[in-house]
Design a protein around this ligand. Structure first.
Ligand code: PLP
Length: 484
């Protein structure tokens, strides 16, 4: 086939390659009627790029609020349906800054933090300490003390050593600290499947079978109040069976644990999946269904084990902020390379193309580490215009000195995309800014919130000078040699 007819054919076969799918992009994202420019909350991508520069993280504030509110409402109402209550903690590791912490708590959620730094941000945002939960497999004594003194609502104990550490801190502060015990239920979930028996060879939590003995040790401390088990089975999960099986396993020992004292609560963690690409959109279950299935399985297990239904707690992160964020980049260079041809028997998009277009943007693995870390897939769109050109098989890459510096591994972009164009990458609201780095001395980009046609800087971007100022040449020397 000639390349002209192949292009025409590809355009016909992929009519949606420039469409903005609101199940992947924020729900207010759309193309304007004039030149088809991408708009978010009514603001043009080019206006945001001109105002704040690129790369730029953009967060749709109403979308974050709506997702947080819905999450709380569905879990609360499903818990009420089975005769209990539910608390929803936002897993702030997904994305945390003062503005986000305020939006989330204004919508009635509590907040999970995993380090002293995250705790400080939540406190700086004015979050009621009683609504903060502290996690982490290796919290320092100083972090534990700071959390207890601040009056955090709960601390998740993740190792035997932490029992004494938290008990001491609580005793010193003169408080009775509510604690949960993190366990491994042996269920490990990936996106679509779960393994009923997974190995416990991982750093988080303690084996479920050891819970009775460890809870007993916790109850020996007057300064600790054990409130229940905690388990997080994984992230980016679409199927609910793993959560259901995990809840059942945890509840199977609640009868035994209750012999030593009441158990108020069960915390089932987070992990609800989102669509990173249009192909995934149809697989993401409605969160109301997820909440119904999980609460149903809790009610069923409690009936089976003849125990009262405990209060429930959940910790979603990605599903609240992930789809509400995009990253905007500027294209610097483009390069067309011939495709080597694939030996794979699987049908792939490469089959319809002879070439791949490399589109280099002004960020990369320093502002989004997920493709390099996990092989994560994303969806990109030409943002400053709609094009009449045929689709090209494109790979959006960053500017770092790594061939694995990929932003979007494969997707379709207009063949006429060129330097100066803007590219928007969807669903970057979670685990992108949080995992960002200064690799190659790239300053972290700023983050801007958009709402009803108005933008507001919520995280200042770094400047090169700040990074360079970390190198010092005039520090005092310290002599460590000694006579013996
Ligand atoms: N809770 C715990 C203990 C976690 O480790 C995580 C993520 O790693 C979460 C909640 C949030 O997971 P997600 O963002 O996938 O909902």
């Amino acid at each position: 086939m000639s390349s002209a007819s192949q292009s025409a054919n590809n355009k016909e076969k992929n009519p949606d390659y420039q469409s903005v799918n609101q199940q992947v992009f924020p729900s207010t994202a759309r193309r304007g009627s004039n030149c088809g420019e991408l708009k978010l909350q009514g603001i043009k991508a080019s206006t945001l790029a001109a105002t704040y520069g690129t790369p730029l993280y953009i967060v749709d504030e109403p979308e974050v609020r709506e997702r947080a509110r819905k999450m709380r409402e569905v879990f609360e109402s499903e818990a009420e349906r089975i005769g209990t209550t539910a608390s929803v903690y936002y897993a702030s590791k997904a994305l945390l800054n003062i503005a986000v912490a305020q939006w989330i708590t204004e919508e009635g959620l509590s907040i999970d933090v995993a380090t002293g730094g995250e705790l400080q941000v939540a406190l700086a945002a004015g979050v009621d300490p009683a609504r903060i939960g502290l996690h982490g497999n290796n919290k320092s004594v100083a972090e534990i003390e700071r959390a207890v003194e601040a009056g955090v609502g709960t601390i998740v104990i993740d190792s035997e050593q932490e029992i004494d550490r938290v008990a001491e801190a609580a005793k010193a502060a003169g408080v009775r600290q509510k604690v949960r015990l993190r366990v491994n239920s042996g269920v490990h979930a990936s996106t679509h499947d779960y393994l009923a028996t997974s190995h416990e060879d991982q750093k988080f939590g303690l084996p479920l079978k050891r819970a009775p003995e460890i809870v007993k040790a916790m109850r020996n401390h007057k300064s600790l109040e054990f409130i229940g088990l905690h388990c997080h089975i994984g992230s980016q999960i679409f199927a609910t069976e793993g959560f259901e099986e995990s809840a059942r396993r945890l509840l199977s020992i609640y009868g035994e644990l209750a012999e030593g004292g009441a158990i108020a609560e069960l915390n089932l963690g987070g992990g609800y999946g989102i669509a990173y690409t249009s192909d995934e959109a149809s697989q993401v279950p409605d969160i109301a269904e997820v909440a119904r299935d999980i609460t149903d399985s809790v009610a069923k297990a409690c009936a089976e084990f003849k125990i009262p239904i405990p209060k429930l707690a959940f910790e979603p992160g990605r599903s609240i902020t992930g789809p509400a964020g995009i990253t905007l980049y500027e294209v610097g260079t483009t390069k067309k390379v011939e495709l080597a041809g694939s030996d794979s028997a699987e049908e792939s998009i490469e089959e319809s193309f002879d070439t791949r277009l490399y589109v280099s943007v002004d960020g990369g693995m320093s502002d989004n580490a997920r493709p390099a870390l996990y092989g994560a897939q994303y969806e990109a769109r030409l943002a400053n215009r709609r094009s009449e050109a045929a689709p090209a098989l494109a790979r959006v890459v960053g500017k770092h000195c790594e061939s694995g510096d990929i932003v979007v591994d494969r997707g379709l972009l207009p063949a006429d995309i060129c330097p100066g164009d803007l590219v928007a990458v969807a669903a970057t609201g979670a685990y992108c800014w949080s995992l960002s780095s200064n690799y190659n001395y790239l300053p972290r980009p700023p983050m801007v919130a958009v709402k009803d046609g108005v933008s507001r800087l919520i995280v200042r971007g770094q400047r090169e000078e700040e990074l360079i100022a970390q190198s010092i040449t005039d520090a005092e020397t310290i002599n460590h040699t000694s006579a013996d």
